[in-house]
Design a binder for this molecule. Structure first.
Ligand SMILES: NC(=O)c1ccc[n+]([C@@H]2O[C@H](COP(=O)([O-])OP(=O)(O)OC[C@H]3O[C@@H](n4cnc5c(N)ncnc54)[C@H](O)[C@@H]3O)[C@@H](O)[C@H]2O)c1
Length: 342
């Protein structure tokens, strides 16, 4: 009988890149995408999945404990890949409570339902459920901020600094506790900043494209020197697939690609691509850049040491940054995104 895997948050940015990849690669799985369709989601990104016989969408909230436990029973869920989250740091500063609810309580509900459905008690797996696995998508932001040098490894102590990263770190530790205390078969991955299609326009890459093409000031926090490690979203999806299928239980893997770029530089790269694709009538897009007051508690730098996933699982990023960022900007320019983007 086909195994059913529950994917949460599949209508968001990374989830909507992951779901088609996963459904097409594993026709032998039934995939349920559970998403409550917040402002950050877009079901149009999953149009190609609607015709697939192994795909089903369910609108629902990970905070709804009864719904989650009912889904496990009704569909005999044999695996969970958990993306659903509130994901924008600025929103977490304005409305932290929602982040605690969705990111912590939601993750707890999923873990607890998986534990109760797959296991008889601590370290006793129900017969036939031995290979059921729970994978949690975490972030490099749980490690806090770095200075000019160094990088995060899987053993770096957590030091989250804003309500978003605290909520992700808390959920991440809950996952760890369900492995250590109850013996639930969990895995986790902590990834750096992703770029690619289907991202909500509140995030840096689509936001810059929109502001530039509508001739609005392109605002940059502080000096623009904050550094992130930019990974193409499909490389992240492939890493999750690999961990989900080949990792030992209880493991955590950092995912990143040594592609450290500061915010101002990435904004200028996007502007340069736009200069080629859609030149302004006068001047260059980077002339629109203005600097604003820094985000409160803005982490200076994140950098990932991804040696463990490279050495143990043989993952490596495949996308070339120059090509993929160009492809991504072109995608946003076509306006195939939320609302009446551009
Ligand atoms: N975007 C990145 O660069 C990045 C990097 C590392 C880790 N992550 C993590 O990856 C995951 C996905 O990130 P993203 O950028 O795709 O986020 P996103 O905000 O684009 O998408 C989140 C999705 O979760 C859904 N969702 C939110 N609350 C829900 C709820 N209560 N019940 C059901 N669904 C709900 C939303 O509707 C949306 O479809 C998150 O857990 C995030 O922390 C993201």
């Amino acid at each position: 009988m086909a195994k059913t895997i529950l994917i949460t948050g599949g209508a968001g940015f990374i989830g909507s890149n992951f779901v088609p990849y996963f459904c097409n690669k594993y026709p032998e799985y039934n995939i349920i995408n559970l998403d409550n369709l917040t402002y950050a989601s877009n079901l149009d990104s999953l149009k190609e999945c609607e015709a697939l016989p192994n795909y089903k969408f369910i609108k629902g909230d990970v905070c709804d404990k009864e719904l989650i436990s009912q889904l496990f029973k009704e569909y005999d869920i044999r695996g969970v890949i958990h993306f659903a989250a509130e994901s924008h740091v600025d929103n977490s500063i304005n409305n932290p409570e929602l982040f605690l609810k969705t990111n912590i309580q939601g993750t707890f509900n999923l873990l607890d339902s998986a534990y109760k459905y797959w296991m008889e008690g601590p370290s006793i797996v129900k017969q036939g459920y031995e290979d059921c696995r729970f994978h949690y998508i975490s972030t490099d932001e749980v490690y806090g901020a770095l200075g000019e040098t160094g990088s995060f490894s899987e053993t770096t102590p957590y030091a989250p600094t804003n309500p978003y990263s605290v909520s992700k770190a808390s959920a991440d530790l809950l996952v760890q506790s369900y492995f250590k205390t109850f013996g639930l078969n969990t895995t986790k991955s902590n990834c750096s900043n992703n770029y690619g299609p289907n991202q909500h326009k509140e995030k840096l890459v689509p936001r810059v494209v929109e502001l530039a093409l509508t001739e609005q000031p392109i605002t940059v926090y502080g000096t623009g020197k904050n550094v992130r490690d930019w990974l193409y979203v499909l490389d992240h999806c492939k890493a999750i697939d690999l961990i989900y299928h080949t990792s030992k239980p209880g493991e955590t893997y950092n995912i990143g690609c040594n592609n450290e770029i500061n915010n101002l530089t990435i904004i200028k790269i996007i502007c340069n691509i736009l200069d080629e694709l859609k030149p302004r009538q006068k001047g260059k897009y980077e002339d629109l850049i203005i600097f604003t007051k820094d985000r409160v508690g803005h982490d200076f730098r994140y950098a990932i040491n991804a040696i463990k996933i490279r050495n143990e699982l043989g993952w490596k990023p495949e996308a070339s940054f120059d090509e993929s960022i160009k492809k991504t900007v072109e995608w946003y320019v076509k306006g195939v995104t939320h609302d009446s983007f551009v």
